[in-house]
Write a protein that binds this ligand. Structure first.
Ligand code: GLN
Ligand code: ZN
Length: 761
């Protein structure tokens, strides 16, 4: 029978036990043993859960106290010098210092950089390497966790991040090419593989997700060298795991490597199956990434079963394994915990555990078990029935989508015209000051929200609390002299959840946590049906805030791409179609805001860049629909209505054309950490519209000095037209305290005034 396995399991625990154990350790200095014990329990529970769900073999070393890339760096002793002394005192303290930074005796050890793990919402820590870097096998985590699984009676397969992906995901601090370090790194890997074999591991899984990325000749050579070296190392048989997309032009490379098994992603790239089967050497196992490890939907047996039967007929029991497409790290653990979801919604969903159960059913069906086939038939019937359920298709939404025309995505006039009208209507000074939207979320606010949710605070009392907060924020902004005000977003705890809760087609889980980084988790909303806006969502707050002041009040919306990107999205429609539905819902909100007298409206798109496909060749198509969706949301408003957007990152070089094509009247972006370097892109491209490059880093608790802010603004003025420049912080202030916010914003306004005086003179 085909073997059922998976590539990795969520670490955090159904009740986020790991988060609690970590935070207790960090905050309250809970003993190390308690942390290790919590981790051990989670591993044991998850192995068992996977086995009970039907996995024959479970991975081990997929667990991590913080991040698996950091684990790999520490395992092979790639520890930057600044952490060494700490490591020597305590390995765990050193490990957490690399992850989170460390402060000691006025000494600041900054953390490793953190960045997105491919196109997921998981973030990994970027190892720092340098030319001449040495590596050594410095730890025994994979071995220890293998023994732990063995002792519990599991057939376990250790998982390691493969050497080429490890190097490619690292950064060099001196401009050297990390791949040049392969020769130095391989002996450490080889030594570990030998130890695993001696301990009884028959297979090891080497994850090489970079095989789904564009590679140059150097990348190809690195793979060949690495696997030639490791296959002769006397280690276990190697399962080479690719995921997150098609192998594409790396297929010949991947099947040419001397390994024993190849995992391919058939959820994102089912079309690659024939090509893989055509070239797969006859001695090789194929691990079919059959069910989607990135979403929360049940698979469709009418599609998947015939596909698997075809592979099974070609490869037979021994050479075919069944697995999710990628690690289950990116989905919640157990749908059974979602007791509050309507049964008809639950019926079409699958979390990690249910995905393994599905794989079991497929394997059994391939082996001719009638009961398993019946289960899959029943699943298909449920899914077919789902399609007919109310809300999945909303005829009004479909009709609007059909009626979309290029006009929908247009403003009435070009920016040059709009700019003049907006200047007249808004009457702003040069270098206008504003903020990104949110103001500090105080403990009082959080308490009020929690009490309201729990039914302990009446609607009226909660609204009154929020109104008082809005008023306080407005008065504060007036008092310090900001030009374009915001209402402060006191009513939102999360910029996606707040809108999702008011839109048709979304649902929310109770325990659907997914690790974002370290102990941080997110609970992405689930888009299951056509998205529509039954009623205005923000108009009440914006108009209330505007009623308190004569200065322009900026309406505040989360953009369509971000609402899509930070949710689990239905799999029966193309993502771009779902995004257009969201865009239309937001468009209605924009028009309602405008009609209610809000003349400045910001549509945040912090996730636009992270939606970029992994392969360059796929970028233009994505950017085309992402930009179109933003423009649908903003389209059709009066010329005098000023549309802003905000993005939280600083890499614009390769997407600047698309950013310009969004045609927002004003964009605010992150720049202070990169010391305005990112403005290069805007200068090279001659970005014509308004720009607010953040003048201070809201992620830092330090209050910026006026000198720092002035220096940044002067730098911006060197390259931008004074008529283009806006003055604002980097991002929203919700995670800051009033104590920091007040002096920082006062200083910012003072800087703008000082420069204005200079410009006037
Ligand atoms: N308007 C949001 C805020 O100020 C924007 C946050 C973001 O872009 N991440 O909080
Ligand atoms: Zn931001």
């Amino acid at each position: 029978m085909s073997l059922v396995t998976h590539l990795g399991f969520p670490r955090i625990g159904l009740k986020r036990e790991l988060k609690r154990a970590l935070e207790a350790h960090w905050r309250d200095n809970a003993p190390v043993d308690a942390l290790h014990e919590a981790a051990r329990k989670l591993r044991a529970r998850h192995w068992r859960l996977a086995r009970d769900a039907g996995a024959d073999v479970v991975p081990c070393n997929d667990f991590s106290l913080y991040d698996h890339v950091l684990d790999t760096a520490v395992l092979f002793d790639a520890i930057p010098d600044r952490y060494r002394p700490l490591f020597e005192r305590s390995e765990l303290d050193g490990y957490f210092a690399m992850a989170r930074g460390h402060r000691e005796g006025g000494h600041d050890l900054h953390a490793l950089e953190m960045t997105k793990w491919f196109d997921t919402n998981y973030h990994y820590l970027v190892p720092e390497l340098h030319a001449g870097q040495r590596f050594a096998l410095a730890g025994d985590k994979p071995l220890a966790e293998f023994r732990e699984a063995q002792a519990l009676g599991h057939r376990a397969r250790p998982v390691l991040l493969g050497p080429v992906s490890f190097l490619r995901l690292s950064k060099s601090v001196d401009g050297s090419n990390p791949l040049d370090l392969l020769d130095a790194l391989l002996p450490a890997y080889a030594g570990l593989l030998r130890q695993l074999a001696e301990a009884g591991a028959d297979w090891v899984q080497l994850d090489e997700p970079c095989l789904a990325l564009d590679q140059d000749a150097g990348g190809h050579a690195a793979y060949r060298k690495a696997y030639a070296g490791l296959s002769g190392a006397g280690g276990p048989q190697i399962l080479l795991a690719s995921y997150f997309g098609a192998l594409g032009d790396n297929l010949a490379l991947a099947v040419g490597l001397p390994v024993h098994g190849l995992h391919v992603d058939l959820a994102r790239a089912p079309h690659q199956l024939d090509a893989v089967l055509d070239v797969l050497p006859t001695d090789r196992v194929l691990s079919a990434g059959a069910v989607d490890g990135r979403n929360v939907w049940r698979s469709r047996p009418d599609k998947l079963l015939p596909l698997l039967r075809k592979v099974h007929a070609r490869l037979g029991d021994e050479r075919l394994w069944l697995a999710p497409s990628c690690s289950l790290l990116h989905v919640p653990i157990d749908l059974d915990a979602e007791v509050a979801l309507p049964p008809e919604r639950r019926a079409s969903m699958a979390f990690a555990k249910q995905k393994l159960e599905e794989l079991r059913a497929y394997a059994d069906a391939l082996a001719g078990h009638a009961a398993a086939e019946a289960v899959l038939h029943a699943q298909q019937a449920v899914l077919d029935g789902q399609a007919q359920q109310a809300g999945v298709r909303n005829p009004a939404v479909r009709a609007r989508l059909d009626a979309l025309s290029p006009q929908t995505a247009l403003r009435r006039s070009a920016y040059a015209t709009r700019r003049i009208l907006q200047a007249e209507v808004l009457g702003l000074p040069p270098l206008p000051t504003t903020t990104i939207g949110s103001f500090p979320q105080t403990d009082d606010l959080r308490r009020a929200r929690a009490a309201h949710r729990a039914g302990k605070l009446s609607d009226a009392a909660y609204q009154a609390t929020l109104e008082a907060e809005v008023e306080r924020v407005v008065r504060f902004q007036e008092a310090i002299g900001l030009d374009v005000l915001v209402h402060g977003e006191a009513e939102r705890n999360d910029m996606v959840e707040y809108f999702g809760e008011q839109l048709d087609g979304y649902l929310f889980t109770r325990h659907g946590w997914v690790q974002s980084y370290g102990s941080r988790c997110v609970k992405p909303p689930v888009i299951w049906g056509d998205v529509a806006r039954p009623a205005p969502m923000t108009v009440r707050w914006s108009t209330y805030a505007q009623s308190l002041t004569t200065r322009p009040m900026k309406g505040m919306l989360t953009g369509p791409v971000t609402l899509l990107q930070w949710s689990f999205v239905r799999d029966d429609l193309p993502r771009e179609t779902v995004c257009r539905q969201i865009a239309l819902a937001l468009r209605d909100e924009v028009h309602d805001l405008e009609a209610a007298g809000i003349g400045v409206i910001q549509i945040d798109e912090p996730a636009l860049r992270e939606g970029l496909p992994l392969r360059r060749a796929d970028w233009p198509a994505y950017l085309a629909w992402a930009v179109e969706c933003f423009r649908i949301a903003a389209g059709g408003v009066r010329d005098a209505t000023q549309i802003h957007t905000h993005m939280c990152y600083s890499e614009f070089n390769d997407i600047i054309e698309a950013v310009a094509a969004m045609d927002a009247d004003v964009i605010s972006i992150e720049t202070s950490r990169s010391r305005m370097q990112l403005l290069d892109a805007f200068v090279r491209f001659r970005y014509p519209n308004g720009i607010g490059p953040g003048v201070y880093d809201i992620h830092s608790p330090c209050v910026p000095t006026q000198d720092e802010m002035l220096a940044l603004l002067r730098r911006a003025l060197d390259v931008l037209d004074a008529g283009q420049l806006w003055v604002n912080p980097d991002c929203g202030l919700k995670t800051r305290s009033w104590k920091e916010t007040e002096p920082a914003l006062r200083g910012m306004v003072a800087c703008a005034r000082q420069l204005r005086a200079g410009i006037a003179a």
